[in-house]
Design a protein around this ligand. Structure first.
Ligand code: PLP
Ligand code: COI
Length: 360
């Protein structure tokens, strides 16, 4: 498909951009352009465009505003040491986007078209990629139903769009250990539901628990399973790993209710390559508390594109806190993080050929 390219008439000036890139925060400032591709029943994908980033004109009856038929992805572009630009495993995001689309009864965008759209945006807005340590361009491909129709059925028209924002650390404390909240009354996803899809509705449903977490001074929520409210699933926007005293790693299995994280999969492969045993098995909050007390679990960390790898220092529940290790993270988390970041930023060789895709 050919993309029409119309550069913005009002590009951000160099001085403003330099000021933004010094301290971009997370998800607050957006680049000058966006990519859109439309899908219409009977016609399929069409009208691929790179344009200035502008608001959408949406009919008030657009299906997404009523029934939340929406999916998204999260990925990052990195500035390589030689000035080039790379993506980390973008094919995995393209595939997961299709899996999410399937679950939400949406049209499936071909992987190559998804990748081309992402690369078009990265190329046109490459000046927005922070060069400093820890900075990257966070890319947000998403798709929503824009047919004006209030009957409850899959829409017949969709918009696929890619926007991007320069980002630094996701958590305000940077690489410091985070505190997580285990809510008593909220779950994120149930068997048969949409937990494994990256759809906006999952995040809407998680916000009240995140608010509760903030009120308790916590950075994130750790969700337990919906059926027994016992088994650890994942955090609001990250997967979770536990490091045991024998050096082995444990992470909850992909049961259908958690997001199959690309960072999670990369860490599993990376840890195994470094000689760690990694098991994917159910693990309860009660067991975690006991293992933290006895020292059986020495470290725990959250992982995801936005968060990278964040050590978990303290778990807060209605009954009180428990601390993991010394409360500040540990050496296994630090070395996995260093190796992952090294690969992503091109200072270390990728574990698997093909994990790094060069855009520029
Ligand atoms: N779990 C949830 C709920 C997420 O939103 C994310 C972030 O994308 C992850 C896990 C981690 O996934 P990934 O490593 O692919 O970014
Ligand atoms: C990501 O890591 O890409 C996510 O979508 C998670 C969100 C908390 C920003």
């Amino acid at each position: 498909m050919t993309f029409t390219i119309e550069r913005t008439a009002n590009p951000t000036d160099a001085a403003t951009l330099a000021r933004i890139l010094e301290n971009p925060g997370f998800g607050k400032v957006f680049t000058d352009h966006m990519v859109t591709i439309r899908w219409t029943e009977g016609q399929g994908w069409h009208d691929a465009k790179v344009t200035a980033r502008v608001p959408f004109a949406l009919d008030p009856a657009a299906a997404v505003l009523h029934y939340a038929q929406e999916i998204f992805e999260g990925m990052k572009a990195y500035r390589a040491a030689d000035g080039g630009v790379t993506l980390f495993r973008p094919d995995a995001n393209a595939k997961r986007f299709r899996d999410s689309g399937s679950r939400m009864a949406m049209p499936l965008i071909p992987e190559e078209l998804f990748l081309e759209a992402v690369e078009q945006l990265v190329r046109i807005d490459q000046a927005w990629i922070p060069g400093g340590e820890g900075g990257s361009l966070y890319i947000r491909p998403f798709m929503f139903a824009n047919e004006a129709f209030l009957g409850v059925r899959p829409a017949s028209e969709y918009v696929f769009c890619v926007i991007a924002c320069p980002v630094g650390a996701y958590f305000k404390g940077g690489a410091k250990a985070i505190t997580i909240w285990a809510p008593e009354n909220y779950t994120r996803a149930a068997p048969g539901g949409t937990g494994a899809a990256k759809c906006g509705g999952n995040y809407a449903a998680s916000l009240i628990a995140q608010l509760e977490a903030s009120k308790h001074g916590c950075d994130q929520v750790v969700f337990l399973d919906a059926a027994e409210h016992r088994w650890i699933e994942e955090l609001g926007g990250m997967n979770v790993f536990f490091v045991r005293d024998d050096g082995s790693l444990l992470t909850p299995p992909l049961s259908g209710t958690i997001l199959p994280g690309i960072t999670r999969d990369s860490i599993i492969q990376l840890a195994r390559s470094l000689g760690h045993t990694v098991v994917e098995q159910p693990y309860s909050l009660a067991q975690w508390k006991e293992d933290a007390a006895t020292g059986r679990v020495r470290e725990a960390f959250a992982c995801g594109t936005a968060a990278v790898l964040a050590p978990i220092g303290t778990v807060r529940t209605a009954e009180g806190d428990f601390v993991i290790g010394n409360g500040e993270g540990g050496s296994t988390t630090a070395s996995l993080r260093e190796r992952l970041v090294g690969m992503q930023r091109g200072t270390q060789a990728p574990l698997v050929d093909g994990w790094i895709r060069r855009v520029i």
